[in-house]
Structure formats: structure tokens, C-alpha cells
Design a protein around this ligand. Structure first.
Ligand SMILES: [Zn+2]
Length: 295
């Protein structure tokens, strides 16, 4: 953790206000607790999004909001994935449906806008179909708020730093494992990996985990911190060039915008598609697989 406190929930009011005066930029980290292989703690996605945000705030200014540990899972493609990669026996997810996640995110943005932040970097360590939805959703909200918005989804590292070309290894593969090893070393334990001939699924473990590298993880985190620094500078410049309305949204206004503009579009969101591959009816992932029409 950085020496200067940047975590909102751990700052005294004078520290919070001094940090805000210096740089009115908020980091909003997202993830959930879900299976990430036996070698990683379950909070992987929000842990590394939060830690990378803290490093970026320490280096470039800004305040890191409390991480939000509830995220989209179980329905549509997420349920199909859980059937294949998690199985029925160990279903440890802090899941909420897509529409609930996006409404939460809207209220988080409303709060930082109402407080007068000039920029916000939303970092969802969790990936999946919502990868395509978050930028689109932020575009829909941008005209209603002064705070300038940018998002990072998934690993977030601009590119792999492994010396071979075997990629990142997908969900809970060597890329994610290395990133978490770099940000939260006590949350990675390669001695917990299954024997190579043990029957799976292995708690959704990804590929190439045995070649995980803390050093590659550190390089990718450094790349990410640099990217976040550049984006935060750009957001603050964009705000300075804009003509802020300074009319913060009320809760009532948020609900009205949701009903009029967001809800009718939900059916077009990638995270709101059931897809064609249903889990079998006797799977625990079947019940929520079909995504209801919330439009
Ligand atoms: Zn993950």
C-alpha cells in the first residue's frame, strides 16, 4: 500500500479534503468474489482493481472509493460459463443481475458528480459480456453529469509482459494470477494448485498458471498505473474545457433517467442476452440462466 493514504474509507476528513483540493478525481473499483482457481483468493477482481487504483492515486493524485464487491453473474453467458468452469459443488459467487449492477453504478456516479469530482475512472476487474456494455452505459450517462468518465474492464494491462507468446491464460490464468501476486502477494499461493492429473473443474482455474510470474505482474501493474495517470490527466483537462452545469442529479432524477433512457435499452446490452447454450436443467446454474426482459 502507498504511504500517502488514498483510500476514501481510511482517510480523516482533513486528508480527504486536501486530496480532493489537489486532484478532484475518483477511482471506482469493481469486482466480485467468484472462483478464481485454488491458487487465488476469491476477491481477485476487486482486490487488484482496488490495489492498482490506489497505486495510481498515490502516483498521480485522486481518491479511491470503497470497492464494490457485488457484480454481474449467473444469468445468460455467465451461467453457461459457471456450469462449465465452476460446476455445482462449489458455487461461491457474490452475484447480482446486470440491471442491478448498472443501477448501482449509476448511483455511484451520481454521488461523485454531486460531490464535485471532475473525473472518475471506473475499473471493473471482473470481465464478461458487460465488457461491451459499460462504455456504452457511460456514454449514455455522460450528458447528465459534469464528472468526466472513463472505464477499464478486465485485466486492464495494456499488453502481456510474459516473455513467451502463450497469452494471459484467460480467467484465473497466469495473467490474472500474476497481477494479483504483484498487488496482493498474500492472496496468491501456487502451492494450492491441483496435481496435473487431478480431475476438474478446478474452481475455474485458467491456463498456464504454473508459469505465473510476480515480476511480469509488477510490470503489467506499472503499465496500468501509467495508463490510469494519463487518463486521469485527460479527464481533468476535458472537465476544464467543458461547461459544467453544477446541478447534481437528485435520486428522483436518476430514477427518471433510468426509466426513460436506460431501461428501454437494457435489452440491447450484451450482459442481458441469454444466449443459445443453456446449462442443463439439473444444473444449479439453470434457474437464473434465462435473462428476463426488463425493458
Ligand atoms: Zn477475475
Amino acid at each position: 500500500m502507498p504511504t500517502r493514504e488514498v483510500r476514501w474509507e481510511r482517510m480523516f476528513p482533513d486528508e480527504l479534503e486536501a486530496a480532493f483540493q489537489q486532484c478532484p478525481l475518483a477511482y471506482l473499483p469493481y469486482g466480485l468474489c467468484e472462483p478464481h482457481g485454488p491458487q487465488n483468493t476469491l476477491g481477485m477482481d476487486a482486490l487488484r482493481a482496488h490495489a492498482a487504483s490506489c497505486l495510481a492515486a498515490a502516483a498521480h493524485g485522486g481518491i479511491v472509493a470503497p470497492p464494490f464487491y457485488w457484480h454481474i453473474h449467473e444469468h445468460g453467458g455467465y451461467g453457461t460459463w459457471a456450469h462449465r468452469r465452476v460446476g455445482d459443488a462449489r458455487p461461491w459467487l457474490t452475484a447480482i443481475p446486470s440491471w442491478m449492477f448498472f443501477k448501482n453504478m449509476f448511483y455511484h456516479i451520481r454521488a461523485v458528480d454531486a460531490l464535485g469530482f471532475h473525473g472518475a475512472i471506473l475499473f471493473s476487474g471482473h470481465s464478461g459480456p458487460h465488457h461491451a456494455d459499460v462504455p456504452k452505459f457511460l456514454d449514455m450517462l455522460q450528458s447528465h453529469v459534469d464528472v468526466r468518465l472513463f472505464c477499464i474492464i478486465g485485466a486492464g494491462a495494456p499488453e502481456s509482459r510474459f516473455p513467451d507468446d502463450k497469452g494471459m491464460g484467460g480467467h484465473a490464468g497466469r495473467g490474472e494470477t500474476s497481477l494479483l501476486w504483484a498487488t496482493d502477494a498474500d492472496c496468491v499461493d501456487l502451492s494450492r494448485m491441483p496435481a496435473s492429473d487431478a480431475p476438474g473443474p478446478h474452481f475455474a482455474m485458467g491456463d498456464e498458471v504454473e508459469t505465473s510470474s510476480r515480476r511480469a505482474g509488477e510490470q503489467m501493474v506499472a503499465d496500468l498505473v501509467q495508463l490510469m495517470g494519463a487518463k486521469s490527466k485527460q479527464l481533468l483537462e476535458d472537465y476544464a474545457k467543458s461547461q459544467p452545469k453544477r446541478a447534481p442529479l437528485t435520486f428522483e432524477r436518476v430514477e427518471a433517467i433510468w426509466e426513460a433512457e436506460i431501461r428501454p435499452q437494457l435489452k440491447t446490452f450484451a450482459s442481458m442476452q441469454s444466449g443459445t447454450e443453456s446449462p442443463p436443467e439439473d444444473s444449479r446454474w439453470y434457474a437464473n440462466w434465462h435473462v428476463p426482459d426488463r425493458g
